[in-house]
Design a protein around this ligand. Structure first.
Ligand code: GLC
Ligand code: CA
Length: 578
């Protein structure tokens, strides 16, 4: 008897916990890359005042949550993910008062604000690291990860382990001062923090609290999968890459110990605020990991971003190909999305996005900017905003911005690109490198926002920190914002449909079923609850495709073409009530 009642109690509680509706489930997020959003003082770099000036635009789009990429003080080796002061705004972006004003003004428009919380590393110019590298007995020594190198038979010094970095080469950097190596899984200027150290954990918790007390509504937590490392520091047995390092991400990803750090962070910080947290838990993480990070029962975050759906076009190592030479693996894409949706049901709430600042532009990647700009851009928005979970739009996606058109590697800015080019020069022709970057580089998403058709796309009056894409005269906000047939207008009306219509409940909380699972062009799914059943039918291709099911013209809720027949037009997408 006792056993059964305990079981019932657990079951009921689980039901209640998972069914409790949260504000962040009823949100549509908009990610802003501050450096490239809008430059208010014409120095060529986007800034916080620029975001404030564009809040009306964001309100008009209709989103109710913004995530702003890092604007802390930083030497900008990795555009702000290398923080040198967590408590201040970098002068390039403005002042702390600007940040406060931004939060306040966004709130007055009922837009929540989340920041990018960088907890895995600091800049090498952060005072903690400046101390840490001074000598082995410094009180901040243990806040970072220091190890001796290894001597080979010729008395040559090598890094402590053969582990690769995400940004090419070793994940260790040698420091002459103390004749030791520090760990850095990203760039040389981004030493990893040692989360085993209690004082360091206290410092990070205090910092997060400080921003929450200032009024932010939560965080996207950067690179959080990597906080715990394999402290045995043994070489990986995985095959080494051409540089001699093993890309064995498991050595510092999703490790058990990490969840102790997160539970502490949750208990001491997060649970005291009604905030939202989205962890960045990239490649390699599966649904079980997601449940550990953000499950309804877990002491962690509210959601985690995974990357699985991002590379169903070209494999990254398909070196010299251009975007147009590779086609989207539609079956793989819809199966990946559906797997996450189905497996997360009842366990964990998931976010959805087509791209962020680390990916190519979805218009170029999964759409067809040359032949079907409007139709494919709208289709992508219609799918994103009808999937279960919380959708995030990346700035510029709502107007169909594309990849770069750069003709020289010097036009690229990203630290990863710089490292890649240095090494690739010996293996690839300049032409191949350019084609590869044009398709995969993170700079694709980091070009200045295209506001209008004036010089520098209305982003700034000064030459921008990174070249504007040449198509800004055709693709810009001014052209689309009042045009009811534009991609912008489609995103706008889809956000309304999701958040403020009789379909809101079914679109946010309804069930999901994928139909035509193996169809190579069609992406078809239903969303349903007791009151409504919607079917989303997308022709995810530039070909005409027969759709043999009857679509009653009167039941069409949204259509990205003006008409409908049994043959769907390229990238045609319709949402019907069935
Ligand atoms: C995350 C960020 C990326 C950054 C890295 C290191 O992946 O999204 O832009 O380079 O972490 O902080
Ligand atoms: Ca500026």
């Amino acid at each position: 008897m006792v056993g059964i009642s305990v079981y019932n109690e657990i079951k009921t509680k689980r039901f209640e916990v998972s069914m409790e509706k949260k504000w962040w489930q009823q949100s549509v997020g908009y990610q802003i890359y501050p450096r490239s959003f809008y430059d208010s003082n014409n120095d060529g770099i986007g800034d916080l005042k620029g975001i404030i000036q564009k809040l009306d635009y964001i309100e008009k789009l209709g989103v109710n949550l913004i995530w702003i990429c890092p604007f802390y003080r930083s030497p900008m080796d990795d555009n702000g993910y290398d923080v040198s002061d967590f408590y201040d705004v970098d002068p390039l972006f403005g002042t702390l008062d600007d940040a406060k004003e931004l939060i306040q003004q966004a709130h007055s428009k009922n837009i929540k604000v989340i920041l990018d919380l960088v907890m895995n590393q600091t800049s090498d110019e952060h005072p903690w690291f400046i101390e840490s590298r001074k000598d082995k007995t410094n009180e901040k020594r243990d806040w970072y990860i220091w190890q001796d190198g290894k001597l080979d038979e010729n008395n040559e010094l090598h890094p402590p382990t053969n582990w690769a970095s995400f940004f090419e080469g070793s994940c260790w950097n040698y420091d002459e001062r103390t004749n030791q190596y520090y760990m850095k899984i990203f760039s040389d200027k981004m030493p990893d923090l040692n989360w085993e150290n209690t004082q360091l954990r206290q410092a990070m918790k205090a910092m997060a609290k400080w921003w929450l007390d200032l009024g932010v509504d939560g965080f996207r937590i950067d690179a959080v999968a990597h906080l715990a490392k394999d402290l045995s520091f043994e070489d990986s047995t995985m095959k080494e890459d051409h540089l001699g390092y093993a890309q064995d991400w498991g050595k510092f990803s999703n490790r058990d110990r990490l969840f102790d750090y997160l539970a502490e962070f949750h208990d001491d910080v997060l649970q005291h605020y009604g905030c939202v947290t989205v962890g960045e838990v990239g490649g390699g993480a599966n649904i079980n990991d997601a449940v550990r990070y953000a499950g309804y029962q877990s002491k962690g975050f509210n959601m985690v971003f995974n990357f699985d759906h991002c590379w169903h076009k070209p494999a990254r190592d398909d070196m010299g190909k251009t975007v147009g030479e590779l086609s989207v693996d539609v079956v793989g894409l819809k199966q990946t999305l559906s797997r996450w949706i189905n497996d997360s049901k009842d366990n964990v709430w998931i976010p959805h996005y087509w791209l962020n600042h680390d990916h190519p532009r979805v218009m170029s990647h999964y759409g067809d900017p040359t032949n079907h700009f409007k139709a494919s851009g709208k289709m992508l928005g219609m799918i994103l905003l009808t999937l279960p979970g919380t959708p995030f739009i990346y700035n510029g996606e709502e107007i169909g911005m594309t990849n770069v058109d750069y003709t020289s590697v010097d036009d690229y800015r990203d630290v990863w690109v710089r490292n890649f080019v240095k090494d690739a020069k010996s293996r690839m022709s300049n032409e191949q490198i350019l084609r590869h970057l044009q398709r995969t580089s993170r700079d694709n998403a980091r070009t200045p926002m295209q506001w209008d058709d004036s010089l520098y796309a209305g982003f700034s009056k000064h030459i921008p920190h990174q070249k504007v894409v040449g198509n800004y005269k055709e693709i810009n906000v001014k052209k689309q914002v009042d045009d009811p047939t534009s991609i912008f207008s489609m995103y706008q009306s889809m956000i309304q449909l999701r958040l403020h219509s009789k379909y809101s409940d079914v679109l946010i909380y309804g069930d999901y079923t994928l139909l035509y699972q193996d169809h190579p062009q069609l992406f078809v799914f239903t969303r349903y609850n007791n009151n409504h059943k919607l079917m989303v039918v997308a022709n995810f291709s530039s070909k005409h495709v027969d759709f043999l099911q009857d679509i009653n013209k009167d039941s069409i809720v949204v259509n990205n073409y003006t008409e409908i027949s049994e043959t769907l037009r390229p990238y045609q997408c319709v949402i019907v009530e069935v």
